[in-house]
Write a protein that binds this ligand. Structure first.
Ligand code: SF4
Length: 376
């Protein structure tokens, strides 16, 4: 298939692997974080690490929107859905994310809550139009990739004067999460001997970067002296990006480079950025699973759209709630723990019985390792 097969060519992948092995300096250890859950999935699916020399390793990052949503926000969504007259619209992969007390949206639906799985924001708009007697709330999550679709739905709801539609906004931002991963005390981020994880560079997200472009990474790369290479999701994209990172390390550079030139530009999608800026503003602080409370890391609806904001309409006040103490999602999301190192991986925790969010979403590192038999 055009634009797929040529990026999955095994002969080419092995040729790039040979080049990486010849250019990676013996005795030097290279460790790169793939930020995005889609890349984590690709690493597991295509056995990317198996192609790399032993001194070039990948660690997984926090770029899975379902995984980073804290327990308290799932609890809020369940409480919303259980209100009389409310219909909660959500993407399917949120249904089984564990909430506090062993709850989940799926269990809430079994208990009678009106929770509907949708494929897009437009589905939620249609439900609100078709059922004017219901208070329809769209459970909006995701990084910059999905935010434009939510912004467009909000603008449409305003234009249609839909009074029974609102958005429970949980959109988060990529650059502050990268900053949070890197912005730890030196000895915590120094190397594997400290119990922290050393990150030499980033494979930058693909879809997010189609929206925000490559420019937002420049200040981060400069400040932390870490190279970033934005890459596509296909195996050859990943292999080429890793080679570009190895070359930057060898040259002592920390630039932002773009491997995914067929989709990503320096400036990004200006139309999408304008839609986001019209509807959303920075939230002062937001809790991330695994990363904790991060300032300026998420979005909320602007005052001009307050009537479409479910948090204001239903007076939601999120209570921070601890994750299952046995689940190591927090460390998995920071790249400190590999999924199979968690004691629960594959024993009590599996996609059928997930104990943490990283085992629920297909983009979660634990689910990816499970799906492709990566048990080490
Ligand atoms: Fe959490 Fe399960 Fe992953 Fe362990 S294997 S970190 S319990 S999601």
């Amino acid at each position: 298939m055009k634009y797929i097969d040529e990026y999955r060519d095994g002969t080419l992948a092995r040729a790039i692997a040979t080049t990486i092995a010849s250019e990676a300096v013996p005795g030097r250890h290279y460790q790169f974080m793939e930020f995005c859950g889609g890349h984590t999935h690709a690493v597991s699916r295509y056995g990317i690490e198996d192609l790399l020399p032993s001194n070039v390793r990948m660690v997984h990052g926090p770029g899975c929107p379902v995984c980073v949503l804290p327990v308290g926000r799932i609890d809020d969504a369940i409480a919303l859905a259980l209100r009389p007259g409310v219909t909660l619209c959500t993407y399917a992969d949120l249904m089984r994310v564990p909430a506090s007390g062993g709850g989940s949206l799926l269990k809430a639906r079994s208990a009678g809550a009106d929770i509907r799985m949708v494929y897009s924001t437009m589905d939620a708009i249609r439900i609100a139009e078709d059922e004017p007697g219901r208070d329809v709330v769209f459970f909006a999550i995701g990084f910059e990739t999905t935010t434009p679709a939510t912004a467009i739905a909000i603008r449409l709801a305003r234009r249609k004067m839909l009074r029974n539609f609102s958005v429970f906004c949980n959109h988060v931002l990529t650059p502050p999460a990268i900053r949070a991963v890197l912005d730890v005390p030196d000895d915590d981020n120094a190397d594997e001997h400290t119990g922290g994880v050393r990150i030499d560079g980033f494979v930058g997200p693909a879809h997010v970067s189609t929206v925000i472009g490559t420019t937002p990474y420049v200040a981060l790369a400069k400040h932390f002296r870490k190279p970033v290479v934005v890459a596509g999701f296909e195996p050859l994209d990943m292999m080429q990006a890793i080679l570009m990172l190895v070359r930057q390390i060898n040259d002592g550079r920390h630039d932002v480079e773009n491997q995914y030139i067929r989709m990503v530009s320096e400036a990004g999608n200006l139309i999408a950025q304008r839609a986001i800026a019209e509807v959303f503003e920075l939230r002062a602080s937001f809790e991330w699973r695994g990363l904790g409370e991060l300032p300026d890391s998420a979005l909320q609806l602007r005052e001009a759209y307050a009537d479409l904001d479910a948090e204001r309409r239903f007076s939601i006040t999120t209570v921070s709630t601890a994750d299952n103490p046995a689940c190591e999602c927090g460390d998995v999301l920071r790249g400190r723990t590999k999924p199979a190192e968690c004691k629960l991986f594959g024993t009590v925790c599996s996609p059928e019985t997930p104990m943490g969010s990283c085992m629920v979403s297909p983009e979660g590192a634990c689910a990816a390792h499970w799906a492709y038999g990566r048990f080490r």
